[in-house]
Design a protein around this ligand. Structure first.
Ligand SMILES: *[C@@H]1O[C@H](CO)[C@@H](O)[C@H](O)[C@H]1NC(C)=O
Ligand SMILES: *[C@@H]1O[C@H](CO)[C@@H](O)[C@H](O)[C@H]1NC(C)=O
Ligand SMILES: *[C@@H]1O[C@H](CO)[C@@H](O)[C@H](O)[C@H]1NC(C)=O
Ligand SMILES: *[C@@H]1O[C@H](CO)[C@@H](O)[C@H](O)[C@H]1NC(C)=O
Ligand SMILES: *[C@@H]1O[C@H](CO)[C@@H](O)[C@H](O)[C@H]1NC(C)=O
Ligand SMILES: *[C@@H]1O[C@H](CO)[C@@H](O)[C@H](O)[C@H]1NC(C)=O
Ligand SMILES: *[C@@H]1O[C@H](CO)[C@@H](O)[C@H](O)[C@H]1NC(C)=O
Ligand SMILES: *[C@@H]1O[C@H](CO)[C@@H](O)[C@H](O)[C@H]1NC(C)=O
Ligand SMILES: *[C@@H]1O[C@H](CO)[C@@H](O)[C@H](O)[C@H]1NC(C)=O
Ligand SMILES: CC(=O)N[C@H]1CO[C@H](CO)[C@@H](O)[C@@H]1O
Length: 298
């Protein structure tokens, strides 16, 4: 276990953090805690057979109600639909040196999927891909909310994401959805060619991760995290507390975002749940352009 940042950061840094309205509770999460959170949440083995993360993988998002407040996303963080209406504002990693075969030039790919689409009790679209993009590299900066974490970003001219971001909008009363984001090292061939070059299909529903890894020649994820959106009751899992880091003590303070209430205006029951309305899609693309611009410029 690492010392909490609130205990180890000099006061001057804490002051700086609050001026910029960053997450002043952010603290490192050990790779073991990531691993345990994936087991406690049922993601392992329900969705993926195993997770043995080499690195701690984080995202940063803007909390609702205070659009200037950046929060570190840790395993089990509970988000509202609005808080993930755009991509996270940044991705970052700790202990990258613990991953094998990493150089300064290594590129990475990241996805976002819904393991519980269209509903937790009946996830017939599992896994539903919301986003997939390659060509991430270290951009030489550290996270705006966790100073020990190195930022990953897509440089200009990285090409479009293979799957453009579509904002999660799970149906009301479809249970607690687990959204997984995972980080892989990118095989060198994809530095100059997209994933379609090895036959990957655009279809986003029923994405088979093990088949995909074989197709792309990927090793296991070097890091992964997840957040939940609680849409209300569904087969007994809708109202249960998300089983993330909260249940291991010590980290509950990071997960202070309101669950519930979100998704109530979304009553589409089609199987392709989160990607259906073209208006939603357009919003997603617009959001992508905005966030993507941000990633490039910083
Ligand atoms: C390093 O990675 C291995 C898995 O590759 C993991 O078991 C171990 O806990 C990691 N160590 C640290 C300090 O993150
Ligand atoms: C919050 O951000 C918005 C634009 O993103 C800006 O207009 C506003 O001044 C900021 N508020 C504070 C308190 O920094
Ligand atoms: C509730 O979640 C647990 C763990 O994710 C799973 O094993 C169980 O089958 C779920 N129950 C229902 C009714 O969906
Ligand atoms: C950025 O993160 C790296 C890796 O943890 C660390 O060595 C470096 O000191 C950090 N830089 C700053 C300015 O905090
Ligand atoms: C993703 O968005 C970009 C930019 O809007 C667009 O050029 C590209 O065609 C989109 N990709 C797919 C697969 O729709
Ligand atoms: C290490 O990475 C390089 C460049 O991506 C690749 O060519 C090589 O096969 C990798 N080696 C191993 C053992 O994974
Ligand atoms: C990475 O970027 C190059 C252009 O620099 C592009 O040709 C390639 O398709 C991209 N790879 C992925 C996986 O997006
Ligand atoms: C995913 O693909 C693998 C390998 O092709 C296959 O063995 C497995 O049954 C598939 N899983 C599902 C849920 O279709
Ligand atoms: C969703 O639609 C069904 C059937 O049209 C209706 O009974 C239900 O009240 C609606 N739920 C919400 C949350 O609007
Ligand atoms: C083994 C190792 O590198 N551990 C480091 C992981 O990252 C944290 C935060 O940067 C360090 O405190 C550990 O020493």
């Amino acid at each position: 276990m690492y010392p909490t940042l609130s205990k180890s950061l000099p006061l001057s840094l804490l002051a700086l953090a609050s001026v910029s309205l960053a997450d002043d509770n952010a603290e490192s999460v050990s790779t073991l805690s990531f691993k345990n959170a994936f087991v406690n949440s049922g993601i392992v083995p329900e969705v993926i057979p195993a997770l043995d993360p080499a690195v701690s993988f984080y995202a940063t998002y803007k909390t609702e109600g205070d659009s200037n407040h950046s929060e570190l996303l840790i395993p089990g963080s509970s988000l509202t639909v609005n808080e993930i209406s755009t991509l996270p504002i940044e991705f970052s990693v700790e202990n990258l040196s613990n991953a094998t075969n990493i150089t300064a030039q290594t590129r990475y790919l990241i996805y976002l999927l819904d393991a519980d689409a269209p509903a937790r009790s009946n996830p017939t679209a599992r896994n539903l891909r919301h986003w997939l993009a390659g060509n991430f590299t270290l951009n030489g900066q550290n996270s705006s909310v966790l100073s020990t974490a190195q930022r990953l970003a897509r440089p200009p001219n990285s090409g479009a994401p293979f799957t453009n971001f579509t904002a999660p909008r799970p149906d009301a009363n479809s249970g607690v959805h687990r959204y997984i984001m995972a980080l892989y090292t990118q095989p060198a061939r994809f530095n100059t060619a997209g994933f379609e070059s090895v036959g990957m299909e655009r279809e986003v529903a029923n994405w088979n991760l093990s088949r995909w890894r074989t197709q792309l020649g990927l090793g296991p994820a070097i890091g992964a995290t997840y957040f939940v959106i609680d849409t209300g009751a569904n087969g007994g899992n809708g109202t249960s507390a998300p089983q993330g880091l909260n249940n291991q003590g010590g980290n509950g303070g990071n997960n202070n975002n309101n669950a519930g209430g979100q998704g109530g205006n979304n009553n589409d029951t089609s199987a392709a749940a989160d990607i259906r309305a073209s208006s939603v899609y357009v919003v997603g693309l617009t959001a992508l352009a905005a966030v993507f611009g941000g990633l490039i410029m910083v």
